[in-house]
Write a protein of this length. Structure first.
Length: 137
């Protein structure tokens, strides 16, 4: 009897070891599937073709745009645009100043110079954008 019990217990142990081994293999297979991405062969060729080759790659540079303010009369155009916007925005106030009896040519020049000094707060980019938007209207 002992020999039959030993045989049965040995078989049970072998079966339990086999089940543990198969569970570990399944677990390993699942981990490999999670870690690796399978790429079909035709996609591998597409990816290889899309990779830049140092021999084939050439840099094409866009021509440098000419800044608007470097063109002739651009500064005067911006000054005229700026002054027209100022007179539109503060027209009533400027009319009151013009009607003032104390306004002489010296004070008028100071007023104009003061208004023009506001031009200096704008960057070249802002000036270019203002002229472009004004010219596109």
């Amino acid at each position: 009897m002992e020999s039959i019990e030993n045989i049965v217990s040995t078989q049970e142990m072998d079966e339990s070891e086999d089940s543990v081994d198969s569970e570990q293999e399944e677990s390993n297979d699942e981990k490999m599937e999670e870690d690796s991405v399978i790429i079909p062969n035709n996609k591998k060729q597409d990816i290889a073709q899309k990779e830049p080759s140092s021999q084939k790659q050439k840099m094409i540079k866009d021509p440098e745009p000419i800044p608007l303010l470097s063109r002739p009369n651009a500064a005067n155009q911006f000054r005229d645009y700026y002054m027209s916007q100022i007179t539109k925005a503060f027209g009533e106030d400027l009319d009151r100043i013009r009607k003032d009896q104390n306004l002489d040519s010296n004070r008028l020049e100071i007023l104009i110079d003061s208004l023009e000094s506001g031009i200096g707060i704008f960057s070249d980019v802002e000036k270019e954008l203002a002229l472009l938007s004004h010219n596109n209207k």
